[in-house]
Ligand binder design. Structure first.
Ligand code: 5GP
Length: 142
């Protein structure tokens, strides 16, 4: 367990505040978002208390990875959506409001879904080379 503070999702996990639960196993809980941005907006969370994805244990990450496609399929089937986004925010400046790791499953419907402000640039080869070296070095440390 990481050292993050208690959040509203701990209360949901403990059952002290209610949720519309769609899935639960020993390591994962999934429930409907209380303020959905589209019909079927669902949250998938680890039971491990961790604020950010990079703090999650491999076990919790694997548990989420195992069930996420199944939950996406079920949400698609239940809502009739043919497309969806999986969103996972880390840090207040990256739009994270609840500091307990969560994956949003957001159906894309005709009139609702995730709005994405995405401005592509061009990756310069010299910047890429330096960056790859740094990331590989960091990965080799752990
Ligand atoms: P974030 O911006 O942190 O990625 O998203 C947090 C999400 O949690 C929001 O979509 C918000 O509506 C949802 N949320 C916050 N509090 C509750 C709650 O008490 N119950 C449920 N079901 N969802 C919540």
């Amino acid at each position: 367990m990481t050292n993050s503070k208690e959040t509203i999702f701990d209360k949901i996990l403990a059952g002290t505040i209610p949720c519309h639960r769609v899935y639960e196993d020993a390591e994962v809980l999934a429930f409907l978002d209380v303020n959905p941005i589209s019909f079927g907006h669902t949250l998938v969370i680890p039971k491990q208390r961790a604020a950010f994805l990079h703090e999650l244990s491999e076990e919790s990450a694997a548990a989420i990875g195992r069930v996420l496609p199944r939950i996406c399929r079920a949400v698609m089937q239940a809502t009739g959506a043919k497309a969806y986004n999986v969103l996972q925010n880390n840090g207040a400046s990256a739009h994270q409001a609840v500091f307990h790791v969560h994956f949003h499953v957001i159906p894309r419907l005709a009139d609702s879904g995730l709005g994405i402000d995405w401005t592509p640039t061009v990756l310069a080869p010299e910047i890429a080379a330096e960056l790859v070296e740094k990331i590989r070095a960091s990965l080799a440390e752990r």
